[in-house]
Design a protein around this ligand. Structure first.
Ligand code: SAM
Length: 279
């Protein structure tokens, strides 16, 4: 019998993947965690039946949520990752030799355990001695740490459940305070086709807090619409004018991110520009 996983991406849109085997299914205090072996995407992590990541397309999202910011800041040393329990973001950050410390705050221990067991390709960075893993609420962590991080990455689930607060004004203010004086943050900010109001809301909110805000995008086939956005709030450095170090970027051995992609990711189509209050 054929087994299919189906995600309701909106009330009226579904994505389906044929499943070879359900490798893990469990209920944590926060969400339903599952690992599927899919025919098209290989192993796939779902939380509350929403696709988080998979072996085939994960590199796009993880390279873009990390390297754009890490190459905008001239000398990032201390980085915080909120969420991202699969480890993909941490794996990309530790490729940067200048990084001295990565603090990874994931609320759900089960996601970390599952990543270690079923996604060694993603979670390999957890073994790096510069990485400290804290099982805690990222909202609480940024409130308690001031002026510490050069970059903060918000690698969250969609804005439901424990992630709701990760898209609010209070949180972006705490992130501002947790950053060093020339720090910056990057957050995943959903689809302009199916969650356009969130993009407008986040940009509007952070433009009252950060001197500089920028939206950029990439293609993630398993996310609603396939077109995904990220938002950067920066105290000083501008990803549009930064001089990119070609040699340093080549050494990262990326599959999606490159100096050209860094530039082109900020080229927004007219319908996306219209979502931004100031463009
Ligand atoms: N890297 C993934 C991808 O490729 O799409 C993104 C999803 S990652 C698995 C999202 C993580 O955010 C989940 O593991 C979830 O437990 C975590 N999370 C949600 N709310 C959180 C919070 N308030 N603090 C820390 N982690 C949170």
């Amino acid at each position: 019998m054929e087994v299919w996983f189906t995600e309701d991406q909106t009330k009226h849109l579904r994505i389906g993947c044929r499943v070879r085997e359900v490798l893990f299914s469990g209920q944590s205090p926060f969400q339903k965690v599952a690992v599927l072996d899919t025919v098209e995407f290989g192993r796939m992590l779902t939380l509350d039946n929403v696709i988080q990541t998979n072996i085939k397309d994960e590199f796009v999202y993880h390279e873009m949520i990390t390297h754009v910011g890490l190459n905008t800041h001239p000398n990032p040393k201390k980085v915080l990752v909120i969420g991202g329990g699969d480890g993909g973001a941490v794996r990309e950050i530790v490729k940067h030799k200048g990084i001295e410390k990565v603090v990874h705050v994931e609320i759900d221990q089960m996601v970390i355990d599952v990543a270690k067991k079923f996604f060694p390709e993603l979670s390999s960075g957890f073994e790096d001695p510069r990485v400290e893993i804290l099982v805690d609420d990222g909202i609480k962590h940024v409130k308690e740490n001031k002026g510490v991080y050069d970059m903060i990455i918000v690698d969250s689930t969609d804005p439901v459940g424990p992630a709701v607060g990760l898209f609010g004004e209070e949180f972006y203010r705490s992130v501002f305070d947790a950053l060093t004086e020339d720090g910056l943050f990057v957050a995943q900010t959903e689809s302009p086709f199916f969650n356009s109001s969130l993009i407008t809301q986040v940009t509007t909110t952070i433009s009252g807090i950060y001197p500089l805000n920028r939206l950029f995008w990439a293609v993630v086939p398993t996310y609603p619409g396939g077109y995904w956005t990220f938002t950067m709030g920066s105290k000083k450095h501008d990803p549009l004018t930064v001089e990119l170090n070609q040699g340093k970027i080549a050494a990262l051995k990326t599959k999606w991110y490159s100096p050209e992609v860094h530039r082109s990711a900020f080229v927004l189509q007219p319908f996306v520009k219209e979502l931004l209050p100031h463009k």
